[in-house]
Design a protein. Structure first.
Ligand SMILES: NC(=O)C1=CN([C@@H]2O[C@H](COP(=O)(O)OP(=O)(O)OC[C@H]3O[C@@H](n4cnc5c(N)ncnc54)[C@H](OP(=O)(O)O)[C@@H]3O)[C@@H](O)[C@H]2O)C=CC1
Ligand SMILES: N[C@@H](CC(=O)OP(=O)(O)O)C(=O)O
Length: 357
């Protein structure tokens, strides 16, 4: 196993701070760490393995000598600096949506499609948080019974929209409890025309609306799921997928209610439970008699995807429902990114292929 010079871009953010923790706890051997952000946070001191580490402004030269660059500072930053990092010999794991639909960029959840890493050209995309936990729940079912159709409704945590969104929701909640007026400026989408109360409210909008009436988050869940589960084809008809995404006033951990149809009509709840219980990274929490089911409060801070409430559809044979929960900042972002890097290391792929340099 080699030793690596690692950079984290967006190190001061909701995801970036978790990336620091995940790298600290990783099996990767870290020779040096560089914490990068915008010029506004340059000079901030963060800890890495107990040592003070000064945050630096991100520039192309930041990546000189870096072997692994973990990006989580927004799509525009990735588009500007990821090519600079690769040019200087760093493998980039990008947590934004900037390159996910590029046919030359593998979109990877290691437990599901690690083999796609073999095709990387220096850049690997980390999927959307809601997509990751859904494919983690569905992959063991697909492996055992085949999968033809998925209809998902998400209940997503506020931290998915970043640190400022969490602060707005906390301030708004306090104002609501104090009977004061509060004017939201961020939720549901910072750059959109209108802003609504998130505290004590559910907003059926994550990301901007497309012309067809779906939000971009819903579009991502559909096409990312196909790219990951259908051999890289974002428009595959092998699995039909549709999504409705909503934001709930929960700080951390997304929930999903998933309806799915399998190919093998002899599938049983017990068989599905067994497949999930034996899948790396999944935890089965499914015992109605004991009121055992996944919840955000218990999934927070954990790397696993929790699955429960598995039951057959009452009217369609071969159709079932499940409920899954995962920490959107860990398995949905920071942990999946670092896990990709661990797989690259184990597969001897943590280097930029010579043709791409
Ligand atoms: N897999 C997934 O689904 C998820 C993906 N994400 C992606 O990760 C990104 C970060 O999310 P999150 O941590 O929640 O956001 P935050 O708003 O909490 O943090 C943003 C980070 O980006 C940094 N940054 C902003 N502008 C620049 C710049 N010009 N150059 C370098 N760094 C910059 C900020 O640094 P500073 O302190 O200097 O402002 C900060 O560290 C998102 O934009 C999203 O694309 C997020 C959540 C889940
Ligand atoms: N959209 C997710 C987080 C995110 O940033 O997703 P993406 O990386 O696909 O833009 C959420 O708000 O919960």
């Amino acid at each position: 196993m080699s030793e690596y010079n690692v950079a984290i871009v967006g190190a001061t953010g909701a995801v970036g701070t978790r990336m620091i923790q995940m790298v600290e706890q990783s099996t990767l051997k870290v020779k040096t760490i560089k914490l990068l952000a915008s010029k506004h946070s340059a000079g901030t001191v963060l800890k890495f393995k107990g040592q003070d580490t000064v945050v630096e402004e991100t520039t192309p030269e930041s990546f000189t000598g870096i072997d692994l660059a973990l990006f989580s500072a927004g799509g525009a930053v990735s588009k500007q600096f990821a090519p600079e990092a690769i040019k200087r010999g760093a493998v980039v794991v990008d947590n934004t949506s900037a390159f996910r639909m590029d046919p030359n960029v593998p979109l990877v959840v290691p437990e599901v499609n690690a083999e796609a890493l073999n095709e990387h050209q220096g850049l690997i995309a980390n999927p959307n948080c809601s997509t990751i936990q859904m494919v983690m729940a569905l992959e063991p079912i697909r492996e055992r019974y085949g999968l033809s159709r998925v209809i998902v409704t998400t209940l997503q945590a506020v931290s998915g929209a970043g640190n400022r969104a969490v602060q707005e929701t906390l301030d708004e909640s306090q104002a609501y409890l104090d009977g004061k007026t509060y004017t939201p400026k961020i939720m549901p989408v910072r750059g959109d025309k209108k802003h609504y109360q998130q505290a004590f409210n559910v907003l059926p909008q994550i990301d901007v609306f497309e012309e067809d009436g779906y939000t971009h988050e819903e579009w991502k869940m559909i096409h990312e799921t196909k790219k990951i589960m259908c051999g890289g084809d974002m428009n595959s008809n092998d699995i039909q997928v549709t999504a409705t995404c909503s934001r709930v006033p929960v700080p951390i951990a997304h929930c999903e209610s998933v309806y799915f149809e399998v190919l093998d009509k002899h599938a049983t709840v017990a068989g599905i439970q067994d497949a999930i219980a034996n899948f790396d990274g999944d935890v089965l929490q499914d015992d109605p008699a004991e009121q055992l089911y996944p919840q955000p409060i218990t999934a927070q801070g954990r790397r696993e995807t929790f699955v429960g409430r598995i039951r057959p559809d009452q009217e369609n044979k071969g159709a079932f429902h499940l409920w899954n929960v995962a920490d959107n900042l860990l398995k949905g972002a920071a942990w999946n990114s670092v896990e990709i890097a661990e797989y690259l290391d184990k597969m001897d792929l943590l280097h930029v292929p010579s043709a791409a340099e």
